[in-house]
Design a protein around this ligand. Sequence first.
Ligand code: FES
Length: 273
Amino acid sequence: MTTVESAPATPVILGGTRGGPDKPTLRKDRWWVSPVVTVSVLTTFVVYATWAAFSNRNYYVGADMHRNLISPFYSPCLTESCVPGSHPATVITWWTISPALLILIFPLGFRFTCYYYRRAYYRSFWWAPPACAVADAHVRYTGESRFPLIVQNVHRYFFYFGLIFNVILTIDAVRAFQQPGLGLGVTVGTIVLCLNAGLLWLYSLSCHACRHLCGGGMRTFSEHPIRYRFWKFVTPLNARHMQFAWMSLIVVGLTDLYVRLVASGTITDFKLF
Ligand code: FES
């Protein structure tokens, strides 16, 4: 019988070909399901978000419909081209194309450099490797220690920008309770915006950079009781970062779609009370 101790070690040569069997994989399970799902969902999101960002219309439901709903792709809308009512003030006058193209740099940069998404798209798009115990599609492992992938280290700064956007989208969700001409109320749109803001907070607070900010670089927790409390709060969230990443991605896309359908008159934003 071959045991772990007696099995011959597979030679690994840094900078050379990966170790492993002489065939793509010996796995018999459906290891390919995860990469296929990842490619399908991320491609769908990127195609939809690109179309929505360039469309530059139907991103705000305003007083003419007794609502105050703005798509997360277009908030904060601060350019001169923003539709009336969708923005508190015009701050940027030189930007004349879709305001979403200016805004989405930050949330998309946050997602693109996310440690979890990096694992997901390196595996599913780049096949490096596509799954555990499956052959790598690339001969050499170059890591993230040099250009261009070293740029992924800007993630922590995108995290700070992400927090600012979370505050803005939370304000949007609160403002959605106010229905011009009708007073305070709750509609399906209000709940959609609240759900979106809540999931974005969970995604940000479960971020690895957030956990490091709370508890990283400390020798002893006892000397930093406040940071220790934050660290204890975010650690269980961090364990679910993958789930929050997918849920918030899908819901942010659906939130834009919902606002778009209401703004275009395709559906009615049903008032609950
Ligand atoms: S690690 Fe995923 S958002 Fe920071």
